[in-house]
Design a protein around this ligand. Structure first.
Ligand code: FES
Length: 105
């Protein structure tokens, strides 16, 4: 598994969605008390960004039409979306945050 540095932990304030570009993709970094969620900044419904959604510890609700997703799995919890969002694994190491990238099989 490879890792891609995306920033210092202190650059991601708690309970605020931060939009970044990494791996050539638009990604949201959302930090809670316990963990960091990293996922594609595109709602699967009509492809609006998710960075301005409503968040709690485990979910994001798209501000455009209300689709809700599980931040751990990407699964849809509320319509109108029917497809999951892409989640990226991440790791915090010595105050640095990395995306983890699966090696191609
Ligand atoms: S674009 Fe997100 S719910 Fe429609």
């Amino acid at each position: 598994m490879k890792k891609e540095f995306i920033g210092k932990l202190e650059n991601f304030p708690k309970y605020r969605a931060t939009a970044i570009n990494a791996l050539g993709k638009d990604i949201v970094v959302y930090r809670t008390d316990k963990k960091i969620h990293t996922f594609l900044n595109i709602c699967s419904h009509e492809h609006f960004p998710l960075e301005d959604g409503e968040y709690d510890d485990n979910t994001v609700t798209c501000s455009h039409h209300g689709a809700k997703y599980d931040l751990a799995t990407g699964k849809v919890l509320a319509l109108p979306a029917t497809s999951p969002i892409q989640i990226f694994k991440n790791k915090i190491e010595g105050g640095d945050v990395y995306l983890l990238i699966e090696d191609p099989k």
